[in-house]
Design a protein around this ligand. Structure first.
Ligand code: AMP
Length: 368
């Protein structure tokens, strides 16, 4: 089966993910156009930006009419805003894929239907639901917003019944989910790409270190044959079910040597930034290749990598650049506590050397 090849890509959202997509587009000869709320966004460094609300019907129509395929740096765009665009352009990944990942409850229902393990959970709409959910699922647990939560935002760990009111006050009213708190041994993610003809390519697993719900650094390839096989199998199921086109990320908890799916992102992902400097083809390039109908590129890792996020404060660039094998990425954003401002990737041929360079780099990076 063949598919049409596109070369004009519209991107909803022009944050750092958009910028890295735009950077990957240049050597492919693919032209990008962004839509974002401000002209002062990372994507603006590499491609033009239409400025306005991300769900503005007129601007979305303008974006769609000027591109062959529409994709996302921000996946929370509503189905209602997207639906009218389907007549104007290809939307990849599809509206169904976006919808499935926008709501933690629907996402868990999809995983469960595809026999992918998830944490015990219950929907919570009010205080009495939460009391019932705690009874059913047990303590401790995590109360989360079903939509718009990211990097641990909109979450509260409920350790005892007396935490109920604090949890509801913290997370806020609305549609929520209560999940069992899992004492996992590690967190890993898999990133894969599926082309329009069904061709798939999977990156090696990344082992991700979070603190306060936000990714601090990741190590890849995380070589564990059993987990890798399992992760690929699960990702294939999701991709096939959604007839997915583009890059997809699934984040897992590892418990007792088994994977438990936490969430998925229908896009390129922070835990895949290592692929820019650490793989033959980056996740950004493969996303573009997939959505544009081009053959997928090799996901082969070039060595052992560590990717470290710059959060809240930019580190001393020159001191980091003095570390051999380190690639530096500054997103050009204004510093704000907890904000992702950039990252660096260390690529080494030996794990021992990677770990030593990681330690040196971590001594120069302060998360604020
Ligand atoms: P999320 O926004 O769901 O990706 O959560 C952010 C981080 O919070 C995860 O990467 C975990 O470190 C932690 N977390 C989320 N859900 C749970 C859970 N059910 N049990 C334990 N830790 C969790």
């Amino acid at each position: 089966m063949t598919s049409r090849v596109f070369s004009r890509v519209g991107i909803v959202g022009a944050g750092q993910l958009g910028r890295m997509l735009g950077q990957a587009a240049i050597p492919l000869g693919v032209r990008c156009l962004f839509l974002d709320r401000s002209a002062d966004v990372p994507g603006a460094h590499v491609a033009p930006v239409l400025v306005g609300d991300l769900e503005d019907a007129k601007l979305l129509k303008q974006l769609a009419s000027q591109c062959d395929v529409l994709t996302f740096d921000w996946e929370n765009i509503s189905a209602a805003a997207l639906a009218p665009l389907e007549k104007l352009t290809a939307i990849r990944p599809s509206r169904a894929a976006l919808e499935a990942s926008q709501d933690r409850l629907l996402e868990k229902a999809l995983f469960s239907r595809l026999k992918i393990p998830v944490a015990a959970h219950a929907a919570v709409d009010d205080r009495s639901d939460l009391i019932a959910a705690i009874e059913r699922v047990g303590l401790p647990g995590v109360l989360k917003t079903r939509r718009f939560g990211y990097d641990g935002k909109g979450q509260f760990v409920v350790r005892k019944s007396a935490d109920i009111d604090a949890a509801l006050a913290h997370v806020g009213a609305g549609k929520l989910i209560y999940e069992k708190f899992l004492s996992f041994s590690s967190e890993v993610s898999i990133i894969g790409a599926r082309g329009a003809t069904g061709e798939c390519a999977f990156y090696p697993l990344s082992r991700n270190h979070h603190a306060g719900g936000i990714l601090r650094y990741g190590l890849a390839p995380h070589r564990d044959r059993t987990l890798e096989r399992q992760a690929r199998l699960y990702m294939r199921r999701v991709m096939r079910d959604l007839r997915y086109v583009g890059v997809l990320t699934i984040e897992f908890f590892v418990m007792g040597g088994r994977l438990i799916a936490n969430e998925m992102a229908p896009r390129v992902h922070n835990s895949g930034h290592w692929t820019i400097d650490g793989c033959v083809t980056s996740q950004f390039e493969n996303h573009l290749r997939a959505i544009c109908g081009m053959p997928l590129g090799s996901t082969l890792a070039l060595g052992h990598t560590a990717m470290i996020n710059f959060l809240g404060t930019m580190p001393d660039r020159e001191r980091l650049l003095a570390i051999d094998g380190l690639a530096f990425h500054d997103y050009g954003k204004t510093a704000r506590p907890g904000r992702k401002l950039g990252h660096c990737t260390i690529v080494k041929s030996r794990v021992k050397d990677r770990n030593r360079a990681l330690e040196n780099a971590l001594n120069l990076i302060h998360w604020t």
